[in-house]
Ligand binder design. Sequence first.
Ligand SMILES: CC(=O)N[C@H]1[C@@H](OP(=O)(O)OP(=O)(O)OC[C@H]2O[C@@H](n3ccc(=O)[nH]c3=O)[C@H](O)[C@@H]2O)O[C@H](CO)[C@@H](O)[C@@H]1O
Ligand SMILES: C=C(OP(=O)(O)O)C(=O)O
Length: 436
Amino acid sequence: MGTFKIEGGHALKGSIQPQGAKNEALQILCAVLLTPEAVTIHNIPNIIDVNKLMLLLEHLGVKVNKIGKGSYTFQADEVNLKYLESDQFKVDGRGLRGSIMIVGPLLARFGKGFIPKPGGDKIGRRRLDTHFEGLIKLGAKFRYSKEEQFYGVEAEKLKGAYMLLEEASVTGTANILMAAVLAEGKTTIYNAACEPYLQQLCKMLNRMGAKISGVGSNLLVIEGVDSLGGTEHTMLPDMIEIGSWIGLAAMTKSELTITNVSWNDLGLIPETFRKLGITVEKRGEDIFIPAHKDGYEIQNFIDGSILNISDAPWPGFTPDLLSIILVVATQARGSVLIHQKMFESRLFFVDKLIDMGAKIILCDPHRATVIGHDFKSTLKSTTMTSPDIRAGVSLLIAALSAKGTSHIQNIEQIDRGYEHIDDRLRAIGAKIERID
Ligand SMILES: CC(=O)N[C@H]1[C@@H](OP(=O)(O)OP(=O)(O)OC[C@H]2O[C@@H](n3ccc(=O)[nH]c3=O)[C@H](O)[C@@H]2O)O[C@H](CO)[C@@H](O)[C@@H]1O
Ligand SMILES: C=C(OP(=O)(O)O)C(=O)O
């Protein structure tokens, strides 16, 4: 388990370029299984989760060639389906959440898709019903081994169908979509997730020859085709990283420019930070955050009642940034209620912030009230363990704002989604070291 040693209390300054999006990369990499032709992908982040998925694809027989920094070609012309029955696959498949999205493409192209219960953050029950209910609607036979926690779907031929998803699952929509593009006839997916990364996947599949309409809405209509060809694709900047840097700048009173953020794909993210009183300035495609020397003040609702920030499926506010919002609120002027609706175990990390001196009341597993210090009292440095990726970065931001030296353990959680975070933060003046 690696550890970051952080000396807090220093303002940062400069500009930072967000990496390619982790959660887009996981969808896009799975889509290379849909064609025997070469697919070229750019702006792939060098992070643990993506590297694990690329290794899994290689074990599956996909030819992976690096052609530049963050750019690779993939060719799935000799896929080794025997690997799906190997012990190695059980290890690889469990290593991350995104591996679940190989199932749809494998089923569509080869008639069978298997996956052990995938990994990812332990932030609540993360059921896969939406994925498999959708694939069953397309004609797949489903089986599940409870002992091995191993899922399987098989079908000689998939047939298009109408489906109303029980929940707008992000990876579920991607999985069903990637199966439907090669099914016979028309598939309609209602209550589809529609976040920018899914839009990117739809656009990529259409360039490969798929016929998807309704892109960007929650009603996707797919006319199945017989085969798909190669394409070239570039990943969007990671919006969760962008939100993390906005929070970091505010809480450390730093002037930061976040470059090339693709503003149109940020949804409610800039506005939500503004509700905490943070100045988020649009400068072309960059975000400029001035140093908040006099702090930042949380807005109330119009009727004067206390602000509530909660998550919702896109175009609602992403659950992956609520932990960051929460930590930033600990130094704001005013109070806010944070309501994490989608995951039930994602707020427990507030205990560590309370240890550092933050004023937080955990009302129940989903809700926390934060009473900001307005920088009248700084957080105390401490030693803590990163429980999940976003809580880990929130603790990192807390440590950079705290007085003294903190240690964050289990930093693999952070490395699974943030590329060389220590090097990039050092480049803007952070005192952070990786010590083992
Ligand atoms: C690899 C990847 O891409 N991971 C992301 C993906 O996970 P993932 O695709 O696993 O998440 P889902 O969208 O399936 O669901 C997330 C959670 O929200 C609940 N839910 C979902 C939709 C809904 O309408 N109602 C509802 O309650 C689900 O039960 C689950 O607890 O999307 C999540 C939601 O944006 C993000 O947190 C994860 O970072
Ligand atoms: C929850 C997340 O990731 P995963 O779905 O991979 O666990 C996240 O990126 O915040």
